[in-house]
Design a protein around this ligand. Structure first.
Ligand SMILES: Cc1ncc(COP(=O)(O)O)c(C=O)c1O
Length: 665
């Protein structure tokens, strides 16, 4: 965290913020139940009215006689018993609505979105196509535009950005690689299919700066160069009588048609790589496996001591790839790492991409902002402009550092972004999101089953975005998720004065806890070392605790795991849990020798004992176990009248440390 600002804008951090948030959630004990029930009943009744008004002349399908039959009552009784059983089992769920839940990326949900989700489920629209979801497919496209604008993209028709929902961040990340691969390998297919055609050869050569369009040059074109090349080729082929046949030849020469082995052999290319930080979410190796690229082709760039991607390491990997003639499909940055919430220096990667592009070595840049994406609202004014650093800063004590500010200010320069409404958007699951900088990218993938897409009806460019199943990974998908995001964004537009207030609260909670923990570390100095090994960039805080006098990482980990038992949810006795946390580890292999040494020293561990190798006896010494807290809940407030849950959390942590020390003596 940067140095604190002396003056805090109390207007946004005090009871005003509390008042703003109060109508937006159900409340820890369901305080807003009357409003919730009223609204829910209203939408259920509207739905029933809608049913009744659809061909009211039709005979009823269920008659009063049916309803009075004994079998009817029996079936209803079974349904009710099933629901009672479900309800009883659900009581063992993680109580994510409570401020005592400071574990994973989950919290109470925004009421407008929750109600919209429940309401829309009654209509059960399938957003795979406009035909199966005449209303909610449009809402999804609109939501995609809103997310794109939140990221800072231009959304003009034609070449503007587009976005849509996915089942989650994992699938959005898969889609990013699937799409970027399709775009980046397209010029090679074009050259293969039509390279002998004079007009096309000239276009290929122009894209390569009038140099020979060999495979290596073509595989290093930027996304924009490729999109423009495709437009030019389409323009040229549209004037040919056999244009469609030639398009088919290109399609047949594509990676998607030939598969990895044939395509790479055809172009004498090495297997392509993707570069991501060591902190990347585990969906990235999965994506590599799924796309047949191989997770060994995921090259991990180093991170610094605070788990932020090192652009120097990315540059070194790019140099290596280019010197070995290995195609780089994409570089991934993370805005809000899963474990630590840290923000990669995206602005530096953007600058690196510009420099590399100028040398004919472009790469695609995808940002995995599944977690941190909604924090972009903190940087936006109502017109979509970026607020000045000082303006954003005036609402917090530390946030955002210059680095974090620059990273968010450059989000709109990425080629694509993953951003999940079902995380910091406070909406029900089934709402991940993908945003592409230029909607022309959607033309590089496509499946149009005739039962869903009638070419005559969907020829208009604008319609295409609504035909989601055509250009995204998924098929049937929830229209309710789209409706939830749409209504939530209507109530809370994606700028600093609306949605930003919800996000701002989480940052202030993290700042408050950060300071309390530092004070606690001083207080407990004689009994243990309490350290925040990763400086929080956002709203996730990780804590390492080492009993005084212990020099062994393995023993510290043992202690940490015992301490975590106090924060573990016991699903059979959820009431017995005072606070529920989560955990992670700092892996030695993710740290440079200097950072590892420094961290060991901070914790008073023997630096020589914090080792790299995996396997006995080093297994417990190649990482440091951490308590991990995600501070999402809207009622963690540092300044509400009711007293702060974070103060209670600190008192609980202190007691838990004391008890664990006692039992480990
Ligand atoms: C940075 C990041 N990317 C991707 C994902 C995957 O998202 P999901 O769990 O919605 O599939 C996560 C999940 O925590 C994440 O933190």
């Amino acid at each position: 965290m940067a140095t604190p600002l002396p003056i805090i804008d109390r207007a946004l951090s005090g009871s005003d913020a509390h008042e703003y948030l109060a109508p937006l959630f159900l409340g820890t004990a369901g305080e807003n139940a009357p409003a919730f029930e009223r609204a829910l009943l209203g939408v259920v009744r509207e739905h029933l009215r809608w049913r009744r008004s659809f061909h009211p002349e039709d005979p009823p399908s269920i008659t009063p006689a049916d309803q009075h039959a004994p079998s009817f009552a029996a079936a209803m009784a079974r349904t009710e018993a099933g629901l009672r059983d479900l309800s009883a089992r659900l009581q063992n769920s993680a109580p994510m609505f409570s401020p005592r839940y400071v574990g994973h990326m989950a919290s109470d949900l925004l009421l407008p979105g929750l109600l919209a989700h429940l309401a829309t489920t009654l209509y059960n629209p399938n957003n795979v196509s406009a035909e199966t979801a005449p209303v909610t497919a449009d809402l999804e496209i609109e939501v995609g535009q809103q997310l794109a604008r939140m990221c800072g993209f231009n959304t003009d028709p034609g070449q503007g950005a587009y976005g849509h929902l996915t089942s989650g961040g994992t699938v959005a990340n898969y889609e990013a690689l699937w799409l970027l691969r399709a775009v980046r390998f397209w010029p090679l297919a074009l050259a293969d299919a039509l390279g002998a055609d004079r007009e096309i050869a000239a276009l290929l050569s122009a894209a390569c700066g009038n140099a020979a369009p060999d495979a290596w040059r073509l595989v290093n074109l930027s996304i924009d160069q490729i999109l423009d090349l495709r437009d030019a080729v389409n323009g040229a082929l549209a004037t040919r009588r056999n244009g469609e046949e030639l398009q088919l030849l290109i399609a047949q020469a594509r990676f998607e048609s030939l598969g990895t082995a044939r395509f790479l052999a055809q172009h004498e290319l090495a297997a392509p790589v993707v570069i991501c930080p060591r902190t990347a979410h585990y969906s990235w190796p999965k994506a590599m496996q799924l796309l047949g690229l191989g997770d060994a082709q995921l090259w991990y760039a180093e991170v610094d001591a605070h788990m932020r991607l090192s652009p120097v390491s990315v540059a070194a990997l790019l140099d290596r790839a280019w010197s070995e003639k290995v195609p780089v499909l994409a570089v991934i940055a993370v805005l809000g790492t899963t474990e630590f919430g840290t923000i990669d220096p995206l602005h530096e990667l953007v600058a690196l991409r510009e420099a590399c592009s100028a040398d004919g070595q472009a790469f695609a840049l995808h940002v995995d902002a599944a977690w941190g994406g909604y924090l972009a609202t903190l940087f936006r004014d109502a017109d979509g402009g970026v607020l000045a650093h000082a303006q954003v800063r005036s609402r917090f004590r530390y946030f955002p550092s210059e680095r974090v500010y620059e990273a968010f200010a450059n989000l709109g320069r990425a080629d694509s972004v993953t951003v999940d409404p079902h995380k910091l958007g406070y909406l029900p699951y089934g709402a991940g999101g993908f945003v592409g900088r230029d909607r022309r990218m959607t033309h590089f993938v496509g499946q149009r089953p005739p039962y869903l897409f009638d070419p005559a009806a969907t020829a208009r460019a604008n319609d295409r975005l609504a035909q989601l199943g055509d250009y995204i990974l998924e098929g049937s998908k929830s229209g309710a998720a789209a409706a939830a995001v749409y209504v939530s964004h209507q109530v809370l537009p994606l700028d600093a004065d609306h949605f930003g207030r919800v996000c701002g609260h989480t940052i202030r909670a993290a700042e408050y806890l950060f300071e309390r923990l530092q004070a606690m570390a001083v207080r407990l100095a004689s009994t243990c070392r309490l350290v925040l090994p990763v400086e929080p960039d956002t709203n996730i805080i990780c804590i390492a605790v080492n009993p005084a006098g212990n020099r062994s990482p393995a023993r510290m980990n043992l202690f940490g795991r015992a301490l975590f038992q106090h924060f573990r949810l016991d699903p059979l006795r959820p009431q017995s849990c005072d606070f529920i946390g989560s955990h992670t580890s700092v892996l030695r292999k993710n740290l440079s020798p200097i950072s590892a040494h420094r961290l060991a020293q901070q914790l008073d561990l023997d630096p020589e004992a914090f080792v790299l190798q995996v396997g006995d006896p080093a297994r417990d010494a190649d990482h440091l176990f951490l308590l991990r807290h995600t501070l999402m809940n809207p009622w963690l407030s540092d300044d509400s009248e009711a007293g702060s849950f974070l103060d209670s959390y600190c008192a609980f942590l202190e007691r838990a440390i004391a008890k664990t020390l006692e039992s480990s003596c």
